[in-house]
Design a protein around this ligand. Sequence first.
Ligand code: NOJ
Length: 706
Amino acid sequence: METLLATMTLVEKLGQLQQLDGFSEGGFRKEHLELARQGRLGSTLNVRGARVVNELQRAAVEGSRLGIPILFAFDVIHGYRTIFPVPLAEASAWDPDLAERTAAVAAAEAAAAGLKWTFAPMVDIARDPRWGRIVEGAGEDPFLGSAYARARVYGFQGKDPSEPDKILACAKHWVGYGAAEGGRDYAGVELSASSLRNIYYPPFRAALEAGVATFMSAFNDLNGVPTSGNASTLTSVLRREWGFSGFVVSDYTSVLELVAHGFAPSGAEAARLALTAGVEMEMVSRTYAENLENLVTSGAVPLSVIDEAVRRILRWKFRLGLFDHPYADEQREAETLARPEFRVLAREAAVRSLVLLKNEGGVLPFPKNLRSLAVIGSLADDRLSAMGSWSGDGRADDVLTLLAALRAREKLGGPHITYAGGGDVSGTTDAQLAEAVRTAKRADAVTVVLGESAAQSGEAASRAFIGLPGRQLDVLRAILALGKPTAVVLLNGRPLAIPEVATLAPAILEAWFGGLESGPAIVAALFGEVDPSGKLPAAFPHCSGQPAYYGRKSTGRPAGTDKYTSKYLDCPDGALFPFGHGLSYTTFALADLTLSSQSLRPDEKVTLEVEVRNVGPRAGTEVVQVYVRDLAASRTRPVRELKGFQRVSLETGEHRRVNFTLGAEAFGFYQDDGRFLVEPGQFLIYVGNSSIGGLETALTMLPARP
Ligand code: NOJ
């Protein structure tokens, strides 16, 4: 590599630092062909498909002076052609192994289509569901988020990203992006060092430990310094403290945006600030290509900084074997995309991401002999929405919606299906409402499909009010007034503030945006062929804007009946549906919690055992969750922190002892300087099936041995 570097001109070096958005209908932008020939295009995003990729690659490899291959990137977020449930849905399965498998399929398809890099996983912790991008991550919790970060990195990269079915992953958005003020996308972020260290950094750290090749610097300002020009997070923490040896790509034009932030007075200064802070590759804006030559000549940027950036990028191109195998194989692409077994996995993932929020009076599952079912709500027939935001190279035609799956079932002898859209998420006319009511009236049972369209969450899709958009609530009320057995199915990309739905509807199944197999998965749950076993990875609030995440601080005046306690006058305390919540068609009982020791020292581990028993009428799966509370510490700690979870599948009447081993990492926290501290004192441990309640025991942390 050093030999190559030594032969490169400065322009060629800057070319390696440039990533451009190459997509245009049917191929790539013609300008890019020229840039590739001149060795001025290190990477593209969005250019995809073996034939197209090869054409552009040929210009770089065979047409440029040094023949350095292009690194092709794309947002393969929850599938490339086979679209899996959105990441928030996958996190609802509390099954990181499954996420590793779906990421591996996404990688295999993407790699076959000529891609070698995805901008995923998004590992931003998101505690405000008004932020539309909560859909892209694993929710509100650093422990669950870290498990998913690791799994997804392994899934995309495997042990060796140069394998033909693997691609590079990218931990994004470094950092704090999910804490946008008021949940408004791209807004500024103020986070204490303690919050960064203990809440927002851990999933990134987990991705790094799993070997993630790249990071993406974010759009947001962090405590007054935009993250794409932030030397403290990019260099002091990521490179020096954590020893990250891969490279950082900016977010889309986020280098140039340092000017709009009011951080850099010019594009040139933006380039200098971003590069020296630690952003090696610039996405889309061209401040590096346009300014760095002058900046080097004037001595404002040392050549060594550019060389080091180029080295970090070339290192991955070499490791990927791109110099030896720059081209994609069209035959392989044809054989790999949309393989039937990938769809089977998509079904499994969609099933596991279902969360049964409420089920009163046993409305669900519907009886096997149900004669007719009315489906109300246009989302039931919305293929695009089922794919969620970032649907890769997915095809809406490949989606099996809820309505399609129900009709397919009808053909096989299932209940007669009738359907009325009842308007859509933007509104409902009185005539549409009346038609919905007429349709429901004639059926024996009703499924009301409510939620958001895919465009209402995701990037640049924050909402101030996260109730049901349009007149969906009116539709629901009118249907419920008929007194039929009615189940609500929610399709949405964020937790919603839906207190009326929670009160009025007897049964609510959260199905998110489940991907290609979303319909069959929901149908299987509605008719009890599968047991919904998901748990919420982020709380549903009672009201828009209410902080409802479970891991909050106690305050000096915890919410209570007394006036002078921490609460709103007009919104209940706690969550509508808390983190970790999710019912099953069966019932589980937890009992007999034991600890291997009531006290421990920081270098020891404790084993906790609990009995899980299926006391309900059918087989099912419970997710047993372990939370810890540090009762008093030199820095106040959250009222609970998730420290372990396990999925346990049991036949009816079956029981099993489940154990968890907790070490010091479960009982300590990061100090502002990054050191991990375990303090002596009292801890409570809760074991349950959500972040509320559960069995409880106490533990004493003793001082370290002298
Ligand atoms: C902007 C988004 O913030 C980022 O997540 C994505 O990877 C890039 N655009 C590229 O599409």
